[in-house]
Design a protein around this ligand. Structure first.
Ligand code: CO
Ligand code: CO
Length: 285
């Protein structure tokens, strides 16, 4: 019987062999089944990610139980990861429930407070061999009406990254290099020089958030420059929801969730397969 793993070994292996582990945001049993089955079929390592709103929606205990079943059914390594958590008490509760990895996102706080809050989580998480991701710099939101210089001032500074890692000892670092959460208005511009500069001075595995709606070539270039974990959320929600909408257009009388959720799962599966190909993680286990 396979257990839920931390992301430590997964990310080190990815770093060594220059691919990225996909972190798929899941919301319920159906989405968890799709990403697990597809990753297993393609022999890809897998990170199941849950935001605070997903934990509130499904319950940490349900998520842990479902992820444990997924891990027991497959041979691929699976981590259950808390995405973008800000409160220590929430992280503590989820670790107690069985989450194997977490992100403390204190990136909005000043550097020293970010260090402090990250260290508080690290002290607890590492006691249970739970890995910790932190974020330095801030991702721009899609509605942000900022001029370029203001945006760049929120990007991760390489020297700050070195200091942050020295002062914390985190397991992975989310960097801000121009991606945003959600959909983009135009083609996103990623600061690859900055990513390269960070990668040159930092050994810790690097994480790319906001990778939905970013052209595949750009994601792959980021992976070649040291990104070991790619987060995918919006790109899965859209086909899942669109398939349900079109099912109801064709069957307005439908009442059976098993009928209208199946096409949603199949639509999502296609995207998951594609994302695994982009990450280069297929066939690694
Ligand atoms: Co994110
Ligand atoms: Co593509």
């Amino acid at each position: 019987m396979q257990q839920l793993l931390s992301t430590r070994q997964l990310l080190f292996n990815a770093q060594k062999r220059k691919y990225a582990v996909p972190a798929f945001n899941i919301h319920n049993m159906e989405t968890l089944q799709v990403v697990t089955e597809t990753a297993a079929e393609l022999h890809s390592p897998l990170i199941l990610a849950a935001t605070p709103s997903t934990v509130a929606y499904a319950g940490a205990d349900y998520l842990v139980a479902m992820a444990a079943v997924a891990a027991a059914r497959t041979d691929i390594p699976i981590a259950l990861h808390l995405d973008h958590h800000e409160r220590f008490s929430d992280i503590q509760q989820a670790i107690d429930a069985g989450f194997s990895s977490c992100m403390i996102d204190a990136s909005r706080a000043p550097f020293s407070v970010n260090v402090e809050r990250t260290n508080e989580v690290l002290a607890y998480a590492h006691r249970y061999d739970v890995t910790v991701e932190a974020e330095l710099g801030r991702l721009v939101g899609i509605e942000d009406d900022l001029v370029v210089n203001e945006k760049v001032s929120m990007y991760t500074n390489p020297q700050d990254a070195v200091r942050f890692i020295e002062e914390t000892g985190i397991d992975s670092l989310a960097v801000a290099i121009g991606t945003a959460h959600g959909l983009y208005k135009g083609t996103p511009e990623l600061d690859f020089d900055r990513l390269e500069a960070i990668h040159r001075v930092v050994d810790t595995p690097l994480v790319l958030h906001g990778a939905s709606d970013v052209p595949d070539e750009l994601v792959q270039r980021a992976i070649s420059l040291g990104i070991c974990k790619v987060n995918i959320a919006t790109d899965l929600k859209i086909p899942f929801s669109a398939a349900i909408q079109s099912y109801f257009q064709q069957h307005p009388e439908a009442t059976d969730p098993r009928k209208y959720l199946n096409p949603a799962k199949e639509a999502m599966r296609v995207v998951v397969r594609h994302k695994i190909a982009v990450c280069g993680s297929a066939g690694k286990y």
